[in-house]
Design a protein around this ligand. Structure first.
Ligand SMILES: C=CC1=C(C)c2cc3[nH]c(cc4nc(cc5[nH]c(cc1n2)c(C)c5CCC(=O)O)C(CCC(=O)O)=C4C)c(C)c3C=C
Ligand code: FE2
Ligand code: FE2
Length: 373
């Protein structure tokens, strides 16, 4: 009699053994970056990115026409040129720094935790994908997973979208892991102190600018009006840092950068503010971008490049960009601490080895029962 074979609908873990020690898995994620600073690579990347309804929240068919008819015909070439300005021999800054951050977080967790821990870097768009990162964690034996999106301020367009990608992958797994998701850390003491320390160090080296601008990536204003907490969280981060540095109200300001499309975005805009400050006679301006945990196109090309030029063109002397927290020790310490805290309550933060009285006998019994694990 022929046997009916049914294809599995759900994916199992490879190489499972009863005497494996369950591990804690950490998925460190960021936005993503193209594979190369070329027009075709940008077209692929922007297509995936801009087709995400969390990013562009518009009626699908209208947006399909605009995206495919206009945006993907013009923007990839322009963006590729911008990426070439920040690209290094090792690749995109966001990816290189992301790898260092992941390694640094893992090392710090290994010395804090008793149980075994593994970590992977994943990108919401492009490579390495969130699906591949989660599978690598699973196949290394991670049965409990903490997801750390490197976005200090929660936005549906970034953090929310990361959750979607994680859920899309996990719902295809046979054995769904226990799971925790870090939504935001915009007011975490250690994050605020790391930002303040980086500003103090910048001042010690270059002297104090006449004003400090906190520039955050923008979103359409509509997202705020529809309940996205991002704008409030950006304001709170900046206020806490300003308080820690004991700045007067005139000494700092919050702005939003990286506009896209024709809609009204969060205001005031960074470029218009930089221009207006230069026109008003300001000579030195310090700019920090606390929403970017790693330097990338938006900080290096847009702030350190474009906005520095705008400042000079309109009478300013020097716009000094204060680097992202990247792989600074205090940053990695706070991120490892955050993961550690979110793993509390799990057995030995990873889980004790499944204790088998006689591992070999157990494996043999399992095999005799028709299981190959
Ligand atoms: C189209 C709408 C966009 C929204 C909404 C948006 C929100 C958003 N983005 C970041 C962080 C980053 N964005 C980066 C690049 C980037 N962002 C958009 C568009 C939106 N972002 C585009 C089209 C691009 C690509 C570059 C370009 O063509 O201009 C990056 C840099 C990635 C890199 O490779 O270096 C980051 C980081 C946040 C935090 C955010 C909302 C809060
Ligand atoms: Fe963006
Ligand atoms: Fe930009």
């Amino acid at each position: 009699m022929s046997q009916l074979t049914v294809k599995s609908l759900f994916e199992g873990r490879k190489g499972f053994r009863h005497d494996d020690q369950p591990r804690l898995g950490v998925l460190v994620t960021n936005l993503g970056t193209p594979d190369a600073p070329t027009t075709p690579a940008l077209r692929r990347y922007l297509h995936e990115f801009l087709w995400d309804p969390r990013v562009v929240e518009a009626p699908r068919w209208i947006w399909w026409l605009i995206l495919n008819g206009i945006v993907l015909r013009t923007r990839p070439k322009k963006s590729a040129a911008a990426y070439r300005e920040v690209w290094t021999e090792e690749g995109s800054p966001l990816l290189i720094i992301g790898r260092k951050q992941t390694r640094g977080i893992l090392e710090r967790l290994q010395s804090r935790l008793q149980g075994p821990v593994v970590a992977e870097l994943a990108m919401r768009y492009g490579n390495p994908s969130i699906a591949s990162g989660l599978r690598r964690l699973r196949d290394q034996g991670a049965e409990r997973i903490v997801v750390l999106p490197l976005y200090p301020q929660y936005s549906g367009s970034t953090t929310g979208s990361t959750f979607d990608a994680v859920a899309d992958e996990l719902k295809r797994w046979r054995w769904v892991p226990e799971f925790r998701f870090i939504g935001q850390y915009h007011d975490d003491e250690r994050y605020i102190e790391a930002l303040a320390a980086s500003i103090r160090e910048h001042w010690a080296e270059h002297g104090r600018g006449e004003k400090l601008l906190f520039s955050f990536h923008g979103t359409p204003r509509r997202y705020l009006l529809d309940g996205d907490p991002y704008h409030c969280q950006c304001q709170k981060t900046a206020r806490l840092v300003a308080e820690r540095l004991e700045l007067s109200d005139e000494a700092w300001q919050v702005t939003f950068q990286s506009l896209f499309g024709k809609e009204v975005w969060l205001q005031p805009y960074t470029d218009a503010t930089v221009e207006q400050l230069a026109r008003s006679g300001l000579k030195t301006l310090d700019v920090i971008c606390p929403g970017f945990s790693a330097d990338c196109l938006e900080t290096l090309e847009e702030i350190e490049g474009e906005n520095a030029e705008i400042f000079q063109e309109h009478g300013g002397d020097k716009l000094r960009y204060i680097k992202a927290l990247n792989d600074r020790d205090d940053h990695l310490e706070m991120l490892a601490g955050l993961v550690h805290e979110h793993s509390q309550g799990w057995p030995e933060a990873g889980g004790p080895a499944r204790t088998l009285r006689d591992p070999q006998a157990t494996q043999e019994r399992a095999r005799a029962l028709g299981s190959d694990v």
